[in-house]
Design a protein around this ligand. Structure first.
Ligand SMILES: [Zn+2]
Length: 316
């Protein structure tokens, strides 16, 4: 959808509100307090719906990360458009400049849209590749020498690959289908099993590298491995004839890395799950129409609240 088409479709705040209501309430206004559908009247002076059942007021943003927003819905809609129309994402600086809002507002807006992008109830089937990736830039090859470091020795090497202190993301990708990515605390058996719960169809054939934590998967479902430690990256399984590799995950990792380096520059571990949601949403819905993607974000936002206080709190 071109910017001109967007502007023609959404001329004012009423048009924006009508679109949000149409997407969220296909059967008419739904009371946030008692759940009554299609039985509410519009109070033009207060710009809220009044439920004819419980007589309470509500609006289309109630119960979503847009709850109690001070921004016009048209600005929200413009933000959704900018975010889904760009191929890699939009930084908070750019979002603020384009929408004419302050940096903190744009930053908070971006995170709330990202929270709404998190996909729910995706189940991967068929052939499913699983691997973990490290988010953010790789560490320098050598650490900074400490003040009392002996200059005759080189500074200590930073560990790379498994063993670094960077945040971990577990990625599961269906061949020819969707991707699910989750932030995990460690690559232990427990963390991986918990992250995969309800994500992979029990009949799916799972492909991983030889990390011991993955051997657990083989107990409950078909499991094929490639031995990355022996520099084996792809093989044909003689029994099933499947091509065993995790290349789809490699592509997804590259896609995520380009978004982090090119758009956000740096992402903190605290907000990593939301950035991961945005990258996954983009990857999975690449072929969808612009308006469909915007509608999917609004529908995904149901029942999710995200306050500014939570986003900016330290140490949570
Ligand atoms: Zn009600």
């Amino acid at each position: 959808m071109s910017l001109r088409t967007f502007n023609d479709m959404f001329l004012d705040e009423d048009a924006a509100r009508a679109w949000f209501e149409h997407v969220r309430w296909p059967h008419g206004p739904e009371c946030y307090h008692c759940g009554l559908v299609g039985k509410a009247w519009w109070i033009g002076t207060k710009r809220v719906w009044c439920c004819s059942g419980c007589r309470k007021h509500f609006s289309v943003t109630a119960g979503t990360p847009m709850h109690r927003t001070h921004l016009p819905l048209l600005v929200w809609l413009q933000a959704l458009y900018l975010i889904v129309a760009s191929s890699k994402g939009v930084s908070a600086v750019k979002l603020g400049e384009t929408l004419g809002v302050s940096y903190p507002t744009a930053w908070h807006l971006g995170h709330r849209v990202r929270a709404m992008m998190a996909e729910q109830n995706v189940i991967l089937a068929g052939l499913v590749e699983i691997d973990e990736m490290y988010a953010g830039a790789p560490p320098r090859k050598r650490g900074k020498p400490s003040r009392d470091h002996d200059d005759s020795e080189p500074p200590p090497a930073n560990p790379r690959g498994r063993g670094t202190k960077r945040a971990l993301v577990l990625v599961a990708a269906e061949r020819g289908g969707d991707v699910v990515a989750k932030v995990i605390p460690t690559h232990s058996k427990e963390a991986i099993t918990a992250a995969l719960e309800g994500v992979v169809d029990p009949k799916a054939t799972v492909m991983t590298d030889g990390l011991p934590a993955y051997t657990q998967i083989g107990r409950t479902q078909p499991h094929l491995t490639v031995k990355h430690a022996d520099r084996e990256y792809a093989r044909t399984d003689p029994e099933t004839g499947h091509r065993v590799h995790v290349n789809r995950i490699e592509s997804f990792n590259g896609f995520m890395r380009r978004a982090v380096i090119g758009v956000w520059h740096q992402i903190s571990v605290k907000h990593l799950d939301r950035y991961t949601s945005e990258v996954t949403f983009r990857w999975n819905r690449n072929a969808d129409d612009c308006l469909d993607r915007m509608a999917a974000i609004v529908r995904n936002g149901e029942g999710r609240l995200l306050s500014y206080a939570f986003l900016t709190a330290k140490g949570t």
